[in-house]
Ligand binder design. Structure first.
Ligand SMILES: Cc1cc2nc3c(=O)[nH]c(=O)nc-3n(C[C@H](O)[C@H](O)[C@H](O)COP(=O)(O)O)c2cc1C
Length: 164
């Protein structure tokens, strides 16, 4: 899309953005929907795992995800993004689980290793998230990871930086 920059004297190309998210209890989903509505031309994609992979109970879900990690048995993502390389930037949303990325987000990052554009973590939490971006980078392999967004920060300022 061709836009004018803030001075109006130069045409710039806005990035084509995919907002992919995994959400166990709805918070990251709401943030992803907000981003989707604020980024013109963006597409939203839900990272889904098979029903009954996790529990409705938080502690049980935590145990299940720890077991997946210990056994190197990550959940399968049931649908793939179409024409991934049409995008310039993929925002990868997910909750903080035990200070790190959730196992569905880990699976998604494995699935998109062939993507040649930029990737940015977007994450929600209950206040304890220090290791999240480092864990995301570690799981991102050869993907080009840029600065992420934690759910309580200034969304508009971050979107302004990363989407143009
Ligand atoms: C298994 C599990 C582990 C969690 N671990 C953390 C954590 O380490 N730090 C934190 O701040 N919140 C933690 N939370 C809370 C979630 O990160 C937070 O509620 C998040 O916004 C939920 O997003 P969602 O509704 O998209 O799943 C955890 C939640 C679950 C279910």
């Amino acid at each position: 899309m061709v836009l004018k920059d803030s001075r109006g004297d130069q045409d710039i190309m806005a990035k084509k953005v995919l907002v992919a998210y995994y959400s166990w209890s709805g918070t990251t989903k709401r943030l992803a929907q907000q981003i989707n509505s604020q980024v013109p031309g963006s597409t939203i994609f839900e990272i889904k795992v098979p029903d009954n992979t996790f529990s409705n109970d938080m502690n049980k879900t935590s145990d299940i995800s720890k077991r997946q990690l210990a056994n190197n048995d990550l959940p399968e993502v049931v649908e793939q993004v179409e024409k991934l390389n049409d995008y310039d930037l993929v925002l990868v949303g997910g909750p903080v689980w035990s200070g790190a990325i959730s196992t569905p987000v880990m699976s998604f990052l494995n699935d998109i290793q062939g993507f040649s554009g930029q990737v940015a973590p977007v994450y929600t939490d209950a206040g304890s998230y220090d290791g999240y971006e480092a864990s995301f980078k570690k799981s991102a392999g050869k993907l080009d990871v840029i600065k992420g967004f934690e759910g309580h920060q200034d969304l508009n300022a971050w979107l302004e930086q990363v989407t143009r």
